[in-house]
Design a protein around this ligand. Sequence first.
Ligand SMILES: Nc1ncnc2c1ncn2[C@@H]1O[C@H](COP(=O)(O)OP(=O)(O)OP(=O)(O)O)[C@@H](O)[C@H]1O
Ligand SMILES: [Mg+2]
Length: 454
Amino acid sequence: MINNYSTNMNLSYQEEFDTNHKLETILVIDDSPTNLEILHDVLGGAGYEVLVEMDGVSGIEQVENNPPDLILLDVMMPKMDGFETCRKLQENPSTKDIPIIFITAITEAEEKVKGLNLGAVDYITKPFEQQEVLARINLHLKLRKLNLELDKQKQELEIRVKQRTFELSHALEELKKTQLQLVQTEKISSLGQLVAGVAHEVNNPIGFISTNLYYANQYIEDLIKLVNLFQQNCSNPGIEVEEQIEEMDWDHIKNDLPKLMSSMKLGTDTIKGIMQSLRNFSRSDGEKKKFVDIHEGIEATLMILQHRLKAYPKRPAIQVVKDYSILPQVQCFPGQLNQVFMNLLANAIDILEESIYCEDSAHNNIMIKNPEIRIATTIDRHQVTVKIADNGKGMSESVQNEIFQPFFTTKPEGRGTGLGLSISHQIITENHGGNLQCISSPGKGTEFLIQIPL
Ligand SMILES: Nc1ncnc2c1ncn2[C@@H]1O[C@H](COP(=O)(O)OP(=O)(O)OP(=O)(O)O)[C@@H](O)[C@H]1O
Ligand SMILES: [Mg+2]
């Protein structure tokens, strides 16, 4: 193992050494054997690897097969002259970056300009001055190395900029989502506080009325008894009393007053129930979970949604069918769970309203005559399960794959934020360690399963 590792180390070190000290290759294209010989000796002696070609056509071939680090190119050549060769090399993206130095006679100034315009980096004049040739070649090889390095850095920079931009836009997107979720949660919690405040304020006077009703009822019963006794024992109370009895319709009052009192009692009891439900619903959760009756939360939510379940001219009432098991108190964040019940039930009502006229899986138009929401609770050794099902139009697989994504909604703009299910999913899975599942298919309704571990 260690040996292998050290061999690899040596190898990669060797490779690195080779690349750093690879001989730089210079291709000389010139039709004069004398020139070729001189340049071969000078460059070879300076430590370069030298390739030679005697015309433009084979020169280009050589460049393509075995790209050199620099090209020395004669101008006057048979078959294809230096300018044409240079133009061809410049046209080809894979060879255009190899620096070309023209070899030209000292008198031909026009040619030098032409060569430079064609993309050559420099020129050297015949007869050669050895030191000058080497100095120019050295300079251009260095420039080329720097250029290559620069290109590499530019590419790396571009990749990094792209990566950063992607990361930043992703982070921004996340931030926007979190912000909206926070706003939503904040709205719900301040609504909860308002509701709790109102419930608290109404609670005192209603308690006062309901307690006094109890005594008022007793006093009234006593008074009726007393009047009855008077009537029995005083058969002739006088004309004034008899007229009054007649005028106020005492017989009717005697019968109606107890009924009136009991309906007032019923009214106050109902208000007390509603207030209790509101308080249950808007329970603010502290840091710690509490043991609560889950059915209470479901009932409170149904009570708040009562007005949406009633019949409307356009649709029949939505029936709520309950199948509750006997459940122990469950440790949870009750306010958050109520929020989940609210989201699931409101979605079910929305879809039932939308589905009164809809298509079944075979694209037949059908009408749902008895819109229904079924709520069932069950318990086993590990968990409590709440099922909330509707007989609405259900959803396609592609919709089902998206429903827990924040901001996914099929509702018209302004009607749905698309946050209900994503927040519910987060509450059940992250805050309660449970599961929220959806089972649905087009025309077959939808069932949501909430599982909370015990
Ligand atoms: N019971 C259901 N039956 C059919 N589709 C449903 C049901 N519940 C949810 N959906 C689909 O899931 C989508 C997302 O629901 P979600 O509650 O997250 O957002 P929303 O209801 O559109 O908006 P809001 O933020 O107001 O709740 C809905 O737009 C709807 O297409
Ligand atoms: Mg919703």
